[in-house]
Design a protein around this ligand. Structure first.
Ligand code: PGA
Length: 248
């Protein structure tokens, strides 16, 4: 059985006072049947970890470098993220693929570095609107999955997030059939590559997940949770999403 995951990606938002929302989540979900993860910006990770102490809420980073150390000003190594007690790292988010030109090979190298450091890598993939309209979405997903997921990945070390670029921060989401189609494809591609181990790899949907659409999305086969941006910033929004996942 895959344990469901509600993951929050704060992007470049938040502050030390904003981390108080973790206290509210702890009170609301003392024994959640699913995993809850928050990924605040790197300078807030240590404070976030202090706030989650004694709770089952996990903390993760939003990116890591593929190298162990060196002259990479502004970057951080996976081992540094693990050393402070964070357990996950997002890699290959479309904002990094688009804004920094990250390729599938670079994303795979980052995921490999994360896994080697003992972190679970959340590998993000997803098509653009143009690719969706040209009916290329499934081919794009297949290629990104093959190119961005490292060999030897397992349910412990890998989570895949399907995030159509056009759904991120726009309030638009694909149809339920489209989400189900992509998730079924991801599962079968992972099965072809990793055999039975693929059944333990969690597949998240991301892109404008909100309290009012979460229940419908979580009812779909092979949707094991969500990667949530805007709606993960406040407990009032994130908590109902966690509840919907717990009920699913
Ligand atoms: P959104 O972002 O929920 O604000 O659309 C999702 C993401 O980019 O991970």
């Amino acid at each position: 059985m895959r344990r469901k995951l509600a993951a929050g990606n704060w992007k470049m938002n938040g502050s030390i006072p904003a981390l108080d929302m973790i206290g509210a989540l702890k009170l609301k979900h003392p024994e959640c049947p699913c995993d809850v993860l928050l990924c605040p910006p790197a300078p807030l990770l240590t404070h976030a970890l202090q706030n989650t102490a004694g709770s089952p809420i996990f903390i993760g980073a939003q990116d890591c470098h593929a190298e162990e150390k060196g002259a990479f000003t502004g970057d951080h190594a996976a081992a540094m993220i693990a050393e402070i007690g964070a357990t996950y790292v997002i890699v290959g988010h479309s904002e990094r693929r688009e804004g920094y030109g990250e390729t599938d090979a670079q994303v795979a190298a980052k995921a490999r570095a994360a896994q080697a450091a003992g972190l679970t890598a959340i590998v993000c993939i997803g098509e653009s609107l143009q690719q969706r309209e040209a009916e290329e979405a499934l081919d794009v997903i297949k290629a990104q999955l093959a190119g961005s997921v490292p060999d030897g990945s397992s349910g412990e070390t890998l989570v895949v997030a399907y995030e159509p670029i056009w759904a991120i921060g726009t309030g638009k989401i694909p149809t339920m059939d489209q989400i189900a189609e992509v998730h079924a494809l991801m599962r079968s591609e992972l099965q072809a590559r990793f055999g039975d181990e693929a059944d333990s790899i969690r597949l998240l949907y991301g892109g404008s997940v909100k309290p009012d659409n979460a229940t419908e999305i979580f009812a779909l086969n092979d949707v094991d949770g969500a990667l949530v941006g805007g709606a993960s910033l406040r407990a009032e929004d994130f908590s109902p999403i966690i509840e919907a996942l717990a009920r699913s």
